[in-house]
Design a binder for this molecule. Structure first.
Ligand code: HEM
Length: 155
């Protein structure tokens, strides 16, 4: 049960971040200010209401699963999770709320773009860390070939 929950929650959280990131880049490049404001609002509601529970469920169910599993891959996943959570709570969440507030008020000044750049950088970092957790999760579940270095370490 927790394995299914973990898989769905992890994939959903990763999909949310990937969607927010690519939609932000595309709308900033090609969209109007109205489109940017609409996207900022959608990222907060319903976006964050999906992302935050999904991330919490991925972390919680990962913890349960790791009770029965040990090793380098599990340790690496465990080490990444606090960075993913802190980056989300301390950078991505405040950025999303500020950007939504400013865009809703038509305020697209220098501070908007400074915070937007910070949000994209933090989003890219979380995408990378969550992508690595996905890769190691698939290896743990036997759905993906182990790396050459892992094979060499076994023999
Ligand atoms: C956003 C972060 C995470 C993502 C995207 C993610 C993704 C995944 C995926 C897709 C699987 C394969 C499940 C399957 O196909 O059955 C998996 C397995 C696993 N994950 Fe994660 N995971 C995340 C966080 C964590 C954390 C924080 C831990 C540990 C504290 C963890 C521990 C595990 C374990 C032990 C398995 C192997 C389950 C088994 O086959 O016994 N994961 N993960």
């Amino acid at each position: 049960m927790s394995r299914h929950l973990h898989r769905i929650a992890g994939l959903l959280a990763l999909l949310c971040i990937a969607t927010f990131f690519s939609a932000t880049v595309l709308t900033e490049l090609f969209g109007s200010h109205d489109a940017v404001a609409r996207l900022k609002s959608l990222i907060v509601t319903p976006g964050l209401w999906i992302l935050i529970p999904a991330l919490a469920a991925a972390g919680g169910s990962g913890k349960v699963l790791s009770r029965h599993r040990q090793g380098r891959l599990v340790d690496a996943k465990k080490r990444r999770m606090p960075f993913i959570a802190a980056n989300g709570a301390l950078v991505l969440l405040p950025c999303a709320l500020l950007l939504d507030h400013w865009a809703g008020a038509g305020d697209f000044g220098a501070r908007f773009y400074a915070v937007q750049a910070l949000e994209l950088a933090a989003g890219a970092l979380n995408l990378t860390l969550m992508g690595l957790n996905l890769r190691d999760g698939l290896r743990l579940a036997g759905r993906r070939k182990p790396s050459r270095s892992a094979l060499a370490a076994r023999s």
